[in-house]
Design a protein around this ligand. Structure first.
Ligand code: G
Ligand code: G
Ligand code: G
Ligand code: MN
Ligand code: NA
Length: 250
């Protein structure tokens, strides 16, 4: 049962893992980087998905410490990767009201030696809803330090179109729901095309989430979408499988 006390125990016992899913360049199939995705391992071998335990961590006031712990883990892992690869890391919307967030992230980078320009912080549009000015301040300070910013689940939340003009974002991640049926739905196709065009117009890379078929890959590439992520390329994998995965590509 996923409860607050179980989660505290799991963190203390180091049972929250980080898995990694490749972000792929659609033009040549090369690897841009990996997204860190948290996993809670239960003693019986099953696991609790982040959709379930991240909200518990948020309510329990544990999200900041948990996130720092996960980022430290992910940075240490990513240091072993080829030096061009990006580490994408999810930040909860609640963390965008924490004025100390940039310091916490930069402290982990300093401690691990992972370069700021190889870290891409993923935030959802709902992160702007609580306190826009503070969120922009936090994002601005991360960017000044060289950290990249990606808008996750783009198109599903609080409209961030006006915000896109306010500060430089590096990447828009097109939500999986648009990719799931853009080949059969004319409306979804128009939405995907429009998001890619916004990216091309503003000089922001677009990444399609949930790419599952070669046909989706081909059409996204034709639209001008630069990056993709999904089961077609690879599902999230444990840290120790990344090297084997990379070796198998060449
Ligand atoms: O860095 P790499 O060669 O893997 O990038 C692949 C493609 O994605 C390029 O077109 C690059 O411009 C684009 N891209 C991906 N992420 C970012 C980012 O965070 N910032 C910028 N400027 N471009 C990015
Ligand atoms: O890996 P999976 O598809 O089950 O992830 C579900 C959701 O959990 C995704 O929306 C992802 O952004 C979120 N998530 C995964 N890892 C983390 C994390 O370390 N921190 C936060 N805040 N969210 C995460
Ligand atoms: O942070 P974000 O919400 O983008 O998290 C991505 C989530 O999507 C992860 O939990 C991952 O397990 C899931 N995912 C990744 N690739 C695919 C895919 O191709 N199809 C589906 N249905 N889910 C995916
Ligand atoms: Mn994400
Ligand atoms: Na997403």
């Amino acid at each position: 049962l996923a409860t607050e006390s179980c989660l505290r125990e799991a963190v203390a016992a180091d049972r929250i893992d980080v898995h990694f899913q490749p972000l792929v360049r659609l033009t040549d199939g090369g690897i841009h980087g990996f997204e860190a995705l948290a996993r809670w391992r239960l003693e019986d071998g099953s696991s609790v998905p982040p959709d379930v335990f991240i909200p518990i961590a948020e309510e329990a006031g544990l999200i900041s410490d948990l996130s720092t712990h996960l980022l430290r883990r992910a940075c240490k892992t990513a240091l072993a990767w080829p030096s061009g690869l990006i580490l994408a890391f999810n930040i909860s919307p609640l963390q965008l009201v924490d004025i100390l967030l940039p310091e916490r992230i930069l402290a982990v980078l300093a401690e691990t030696g992972f370069p700021a320009h190889r870290l891409s912080v993923e935030i959802t549009e709902s992160g702007f809803a609580a306190d826009l000015e503070r969120a922009l301040d936090i994002i601005g300070r991360l960017r000044e330090a060289g950290v990249r910013i990606a808008i996750d689940d783009f198109g599903t939340g609080y409209s961030s179109l006006s915000q896109l003009a306010n500060f430089p974002v590096d990447k828009l991640k097109i939500d999986r729901q648009f990719i799931a049926n853009f080949l059969t739905s004319d409306k979804q196709m128009k939405i995907v095309r429009a998001i890619v065009q916004i990216g091309l117009g503003l000089g922001i890379a677009t990444l399609a989430e949930g790419v599952e078929t070669e046909e989706e890959h081909r059409r996204l590439r034709a639209l001008g979408c630069q990056l993709g992520q999904g089961y077609l390329f690879a599902a999230p994998m444990p840290a120790d499988e990344v090297a084997t995965y990379l070796a198998g590509l060449s």
